[in-house]
Write a protein that binds this ligand. Structure first.
Ligand code: AMP
Ligand code: MG
Length: 336
């Protein structure tokens, strides 16, 4: 298949919309990561999404919309917490999980009675979704297990020749996948951390919003079920910003014959060793996370990441839990 690279012109948006309605797959930008879009009402197109990515079929997809009114077409029940989030937070890098209507097939939700719904903040994303005119399922537009793409060029690396088209938009500003908030019961729960924090949602809803798993715990983490976001080279994670420990580990890897890199908050502290910045705060760390991962894996053969998210550290902020979650999965919970 020859993949078409489309621009955000009226003509190309119309083509992208037609392709979706014809059952084809289209890569498109959102503020979080690039998505791999398919018509949510077309069972074969949705199945093709799993096949093209190599995604486990028990991992449900998120349905993307451009208009809040569409929520009521696909969800059977919208409780008062959901109404608050829909009115006050969306559009945003957040996905809400609600009981589904029959019009959404089990292939979208991996057989679950609930459906995950997201209205992107990105105007590019919404212009594409409007052109599609149907709800669009979209996982990240990478091969399963690889770091998510945050530019159209990275989508091309994984998807060229496999999908009908890629909409070439802006690089993603947020950089990590949406916060997934389960509102299908009266116990709001964050299933996946993202840029919209549980603390913010707790304040908004006037009650504690639980977080499904402690990102540092091996037991609950979905990263154990699915290898995720992994670079092609080995990676470890350090959580204390301990310069001596990081240097000793790096030197050990050099002695073993590796060409390692330190991926850290302040690269100048490492006395001439290969070192790259993780970002100056949690937001920048999120925005650059996957792109840096994909660059480092081509230039080095061992990644030593450090992410200290303690209170008052530079990465303490709304996106820190989401960044930590992605780093934990990327290193396969290999903490030093
Ligand atoms: P992604 O991998 O970015 O496509 O996000 C899909 C994720 O959203 C899944 O791995 C689940 O964590 C979550 N999700 C999607 N649908 C549901 C659902 N019906 N119930 C609970 N979580 C869901
Ligand atoms: Mg993904």
């Amino acid at each position: 298949m020859k993949t078409r690279y489309l621009q955000f012109t009226d003509r190309d948006l119309a083509i992208a919309g037609e392709l979706i309605r014809a059952g084809e797959l289209v890569g498109f930008p959102t503020e979080t990561v690039y998505g791999l879009g398919a018509n949510a009402f077309d069972v074969n197109a949705v199945k093709e999404t799993y096949a093209v990515k190599g995604r486990p079929v028990d991992n449900p997809l998120i349905v993307h919309i451009f208009d809040k009114a569409q929520i009521y077409d696909i969800a059977s029940e919208v409780n008062s917490y959901a109404q608050t989030v829909i009115e006050r937070v969306m559009p945003a890098p957040i996905t809400i999980v609600l009981p589904k209507r029959d019009i959404i097939g089990g292939v979208v939700t991996a057989g679950l009675p609930s459906v995950a719904i997201r209205m992107p903040q990105s105007l590019e994303a919404r212009s594409f979704l409007r052109a599609a005119a149907v709800p669009v399922t979209a996982p990240s537009a990478n091969l399963s297990g690889r770091p998510s793409p945050t530019t159209w060029q990275r989508v091309g690396e994984d998807m060229d020749g496999r999908i009908a088209a890629i909409l070439c938009g802006e690089p993603c500003g947020v950089g990590i996948e949406s916060t997934v908030l389960d509102l299908s019961s009266d116990e709001p729960t964050v299933l996946r951390p993202g840029a919209v924090s549980a603390e913010y949602l707790s304040e908004l809803l006037g009650r504690t919003v639980n977080i499904l798993s402690d990102p540092t715990s091996k037991v609950n983490s979905p990263g154990i079920r699915y290898k995720h976001y992994a670079p092609k080279v080995p990676m470890v994670l350090e959580l204390d910003d301990d310069c001596d420990k990081l240097c000793a580990f790096y030197d050990g890897k050099v002695a073993e014959g590796y060409r390692p890199v330190l991926w850290v908050s302040r690269p100048h502290r490492f006395g001439g060793r290969n070192a790259v910045s993780m970002g100056v705060n949690d937001r920048e760390a999120a925005a650059k996370l996957f792109e840096t991962m994909r660059t480092l894996e081509t230039e080095y053969d061992f990644i030593i990441a450090s992410f200290c998210w303690r209170k008052n550290s530079i990465y303490d902020g709304p996106a820190s839990r989401g960044v930590l979650d992605r780093l934990m999965r990327a290193c396969g919970h290999n903490i030093i």
